[in-house]
Design a protein around this ligand. Sequence first.
Ligand SMILES: Cc1cc2nc3c(=O)[nH]c(=O)nc-3n(C[C@H](O)[C@H](O)[C@H](O)COP(=O)(O)O)c2cc1C
Ligand code: SF4
Length: 764
Amino acid sequence: MHFNRAGALVALLCVAIYWFLGGRSSIALAGTVFCGIAYKEAIDSGKNSSSEANSSEAAAPKKKKGCCGGKGGKNCCSSKGGEKKSGCCCSSKKIESKDKQDFMMIPGSEASKEVNFPDEIDFTNAFKPSGKNNGASAKPRKIISKPKLISKPKNEDGLVKSAMTISKDALLSSQIYIFYSSLQGAAQRAASTVHETLSKIEGLDLEPILLNLDELDDIDEYFVSVPSENALYFLVLPSYDTDCPLDYFLQTLEENFNDFRIDKFPLRKLVGYGILGIGDSESWPEKFCYQAKMADHWIARLGGRRVFPVGEVCMKRGGISDVQNWANLLSETLKDDEPILYEYDETIDENLQDGDDQLGDLEDIGKESNGDESQIKQMVAENSPTYRKLTKQGYVIVGSHSGVKICRWTKSDLRGTGSCYKHSLFNIVSSRCMELTPSLACSSKCVFCWRHGTNPVSKNWRWEVDPPEYILENALKGHYSKIKQMRGVPGVVMERFAKAFQVRHCALSLVGEPIMYPYINRFVELLHEKGISSFLVCNAQHPDALESIGKVTQLYVSIDASTKQELKRVDRPLYKDFWERMLSCLDILRTKQSHQRTVFRLTLVKGFNMADISSYADLVQRGLPSFIEVKGATFAGSSDGNGNPLTMQNIPFYEECTNFVKQFAAELQRRNLGYDIAAEHAHSNCILIASTKFKINDEWYTHIDFDKFFELLRSGENFNPMDYIAKTPEWALFGNGGFAPGDTRVYRKGKKKSKNVPKAEPTT
Ligand SMILES: Cc1cc2nc3c(=O)[nH]c(=O)nc-3n(C[C@H](O)[C@H](O)[C@H](O)COP(=O)(O)O)c2cc1C
Ligand code: SF4
């Protein structure tokens, strides 16, 4: 008898009613047992029928729903009837697919050609052959960066990380420049191939120009300025893991990128650029074309738009025919009428990012340091972001708080293209001048300062102190190592290069506040012992230190504004009593330091500190300096997120500076203070007002007789500023420009030769 589950349950219910109405318990118990057995039987019977149903599904292969998926097991379609697992509907499919793979791997078969990738992927794999006659895949692939980059959010300065180039018309009307650097001639031949190929492009407005990078007079003329508004650059570069001329080029790019004094993205002015690297992948597999990649990195970071992928050609394997391929594809790309998607490489350097968070006022950081004020730290520790930032800008960090950097004027003078203003005003030779600071920290944050938030600020010295001997020795080493890098640079005058290894002058300014260094006097003595003159620039915030300064060749105090309000705006000093501190410094110059050659340095910033000439005259009357050096501020870039508010509008024209100086001198004369305009260096927007003490028999004597200075020092006698003067040469006098006759003036292409332009050459 077969019960279904419902029947068994109804019988159980009847038994329960019988018992509830007073039936016999023994009979009710027997009925319950019977119902239970019947119920269990009904369940077992249900299971069997379901199992039968599954078996019948397995028997019908078209119903795949219950397939094991190749796993086998109890319900596997193949387990029925003792069939081998290989008979499973899914595993048989797998076998079929593997068979196909095996088939595809058969060497020489059509299928194997589809999947047989070469061992090394060369640059041509980035493209498909172009040209209308080349079938379905005729167009060269133009997507250089991943399209998804387009939707990336804007960066802080409003740029997106990728964008489209301008249309073909603009590409074809561009002036193409092909640069190369070559030691053994291969890159030169490759560049000629690229030049020839591009010259044949139909519809090109201008003949491409071929240039040897190693022979450029001034790399900055092409890689800071750009020679024409619609320039397209292509560079053909070899790689050398030993010294080669390309090192200097790459270093210049990197330094320019890290130099806050010049526009952050100068190569944004280019229509675009592309790089072809040549090298040897057999002998230098790890460093194959590494210098081409470095050039690509820096040009992109300087704002260049990469309009074609970096080519990497092994001269041993592909050789000149790969170069020709690259040139052909480039030529097709330029002809094509689609705009090119380029990657705007603004990858944020992780180091810099780290640093940005931690830079700022060490003053404040110090306060946060667990409240442990006694803990003495290094000002710029070797592993700190500040250290990395400064070294990237070209500084050699000496010890933990000093820095040395070869200045642009030193490089310029080595090449015979002009010294800094201190040459025409005071007789400093730039190629023999070392720019140094024994304190990278400063107590002000002047708006025109080039440090731009790079170096620490603090009111007082609170760090470990390096001995002066150590600083000088290592600063000279650092300076000479930078000079050495200039060897082989086109135009370097051999004689000046040789003499540059004997420093004669030290400009103690650079960045930071030198007199914060506790052993500044000993340091200056050491300089003098080595026959190096000292030009010490202070920010007029440390009267005590200024008072105790010993003999220097020339002592400067920066006067950055003539009123309290303006000074606060320009210098952003840390001290609350900054104005009183400055006035005290002026008093010290007039009294305790009157034995020195003293100089007021004014840095003119339009809209900030050029309005109140009479107040400046008050300050001169108080300090009575030997000289007043008036200099237009240099544009050090802005909007880089460090709070520098200056724009080009704040940089005065030369004419504006001379007008200011004329009115200033007139005011001083009106007060009978005995000053007049003496000399100038128009190129750096700098004019010198001097005490008429230095005008003898109607001739100016603003220059320094350095030999005499050292002679007097050695004598141990007291001496005064008039004891080591020298005659100012004719060319340096106000009105004559201040450019030394032995040098060759280089005008940037496309720039007016007029004096009436704001100057950008920074000077310490
Ligand atoms: C000393 C030496 C070092 C080299 N180092 C590299 C290297 O690091 N990476 C690379 O890809 N090729 C390297 N090469 C290969 C050159 O880049 C290659 O020969 C190139 O074609 C030279 O170009 P050039 O004749 O214009 O100077 C090196 C060659 C020499 C002789
Ligand atoms: S700018 Fe300063 S560091 Fe450079 S040469 Fe002139 S004085 Fe020396």
